[in-house]
Design a protein around this ligand. Structure first.
Ligand SMILES: O=P(O)(O)OC[C@H](O)CO
Length: 481
């Protein structure tokens, strides 16, 4: 049996897969979100570790109860989040600074102006507080314990995969997909970048060794091999068997992450999409083009909880279907600013086009369009920048269950949207990468196993609505300055 350990932003989950990769069990634990100040987000690494221990133990119990054992664990994780610890005392030195944390916004604005181009060329990223580098810099400059370890030479940094690999196996490692999210890793040379390390005051010895995405790392105390570390969005790309250049997946969760496999070619985006490492397995190096939408499932919850429009997403969909169109309403879901291609932290949510004839059903329909249009816009940009016509958009994540949103997405992109039966693609990706590392499965086998639940084919043009929505987005930009 295989375990995909998915250490996410709000919960830690371990999915136990049978030898044919069918899901046997899901263990899940939520943990504390810490908000020390407006816009700051932290996690206590010890809380995270505790949840990891619990979910792994639970999976082991289930495997044992079936007379089986766990053959391998693959770890996938919320990306960019930084943990600092001391290699000598083995103490964690501060709470983890989470990818969502905006504490380095000012520093990032300066860096974007001064070094934006060179950082993008080296790392494939658009300078933003989202990435790890300015978080590490902040820890060095502001936390006395971190400074002490810095001076002693015992400071160690890691993203969550790295922290967990260290806790589980004692090794200080990360993989290429996670390293490429730090903004100090050069995706051309595939090494930590000395100039960037100097810019952020980070020493190479503080950083993990970068290893292949599918590679034996070490054994847990219980003797189970850990054989993959992979960022969660890249894991989902792999779990969707998006193995060919031009394959695209979109995970619609709290937010949406769209990744296109661009093969061994790194695309320099003119529209602020990110270039990142998909995975590296021996001499196979896959780059990906990535776009993120910050608000997706959050908007559905917002309609239910904050606006009280319905009791659940099923009822929301029924209401939207009753009207069947937006009634002239456009909804920009910029509740926490906008990600790609705008990268505007000052944009805010907008509902526009209200008339006396508007009722909540139009607003719901417009919100669904807003979700699909935000994703669709990035998918279309990817087609343009890669010069590849997408054959099928592979979706997963909670919101992909919503048939209406999926249909609008298929319409606006004018592409088939394909939803697999197993929507646990992130954990599946990590588990299958780990199984590949130990020679327990092949990519061909994974393609055979994957089953489609439903295909959405384009039914109507949404061009007019999409263009109007983009006008609405322009009005939502730079609002909260
Ligand atoms: O934990 P998730 O699923 O919200 O994913 C977070 C992403 O990895 C951030 O880059």
């Amino acid at each position: 049996m295989f375990v995909g350990l998915d250490q996410g932003t709000t919960s830690t989950r371990a999915i136990l897969f049978d030898d044919d990769f069918s899901v046997v069990h899901e263990a899940r634990r939520e943990f504390r979100q810490i908000y020390p100040k407006e816009g700051w987000v932290e996690h206590n690494p010890e809380d995270i570790w505790q949840t990891v221990v619990e979910v792994l133990e639970e999976c082991q119990r289930v495997a044992n109860s079936r007379g089986k054992k766990i053959d391998v664990i693959g770890i996938t994780n919320q990306r960019e989040t930084v943990v600092a610890w001391d290699s000598e005392t083995k103490e964690v030195l501060h709470n983890a600074i989470v990818w969502q944390c905006r504490r380095t916004a000012e520093r990032s604005s300066y860096l974007r102006k001064e070094y934006g181009r060179v950082i993008k060329e080296k790392t494939g990223l658009v300078v933003d507080p989202y990435f790890s580098a300015t978080k590490m810099e902040w820890l060095i400059q502001n936390v006395p314990e971190v400074q002490k370890a810095y001076n002693k030479g015992t400071l160690r940094f890691g993203t969550i995969d790295s922290f967990l690999a260290w806790k589980l196996t004692g090794r200080h490692v990360t993989d290429y997909s996670n390293a490429s999210r730090t903004m100090i890793f050069n995706i051309n040379t595939l090494d930590w970048d000395d100039e960037l390390l100097e810019l952020f005051g980070i020493k190479r010895e503080f950083l993990p060794e970068v290893v292949d995405t599918a590679q034996f790392i070490g054994y847990t105390d219980d003797g189970i091999p850990v054989a993959s570390l992979v960022g969660d969005q890249q894991a989902a790309l792999f779990g969707q068997t998006a193995f060919q250049k031009g394959d695209v997946k979109c995970t619609l969760g709290t937010g949406s992450f769209i990744l296109m496999n661009t093969g061994n070619e790194k695309i320099y985006s003119e529209h602020n999409l990110l270039s990142t490492v998909g995975w590296k397995i021996k001499d196979e190096l896959v780059y990906a083009l990535e776009g993120s939408v910050f608000i997706t499932g959050t908007l559905v919850n917002y309609l239910i909880k904050n606006l009280g429009f319905a009791k659940d997403s099923l009822e929301l969909t029924e209401l939207a279907l009753q009207v069947g169109n937006n009634g002239g309403i456009y909804f920009v879901p910029a509740l926490t600013g906008l990600g790609a291609p705008y990268w505007d932290p000052y944009a805010r949510g907008l509902i526009i086009g209200l008339t006396p004839g508007t009722d909540k059903r139009h607003i719901i329909y417009a919100a669904f369009e807003g979700i699909a249009f935000s994703v669709g816009q990035l998918v279309m940009l990817m087609e343009k920048e890669s010069n590849i016509k997408i054959n099928a958009l592979k979706v997963d994540g909670g919101v992909s269950k919503n048939n209406l949103i999926m249909q609008i997405l298929a319409d606006v992109v004018n592409t088939v949207v394909e939803r697999p039966v197993n929507r646990e693609t992130t954990a599946l990706g990590a588990a299958s990468l780990a199984a590949i590392a130990l020679g327990l499965v092949t990519k061909e086998k994974l393609q055979e196993i994957r089953k489609i639940d439903r295909i959405f084919t384009p039914k109507q043009s949404r061009e007019e609505e999409f263009n109007k929505w983009k006008q609405a987005v322009n009005r939502a930009l730079n609002w909260e300055s």
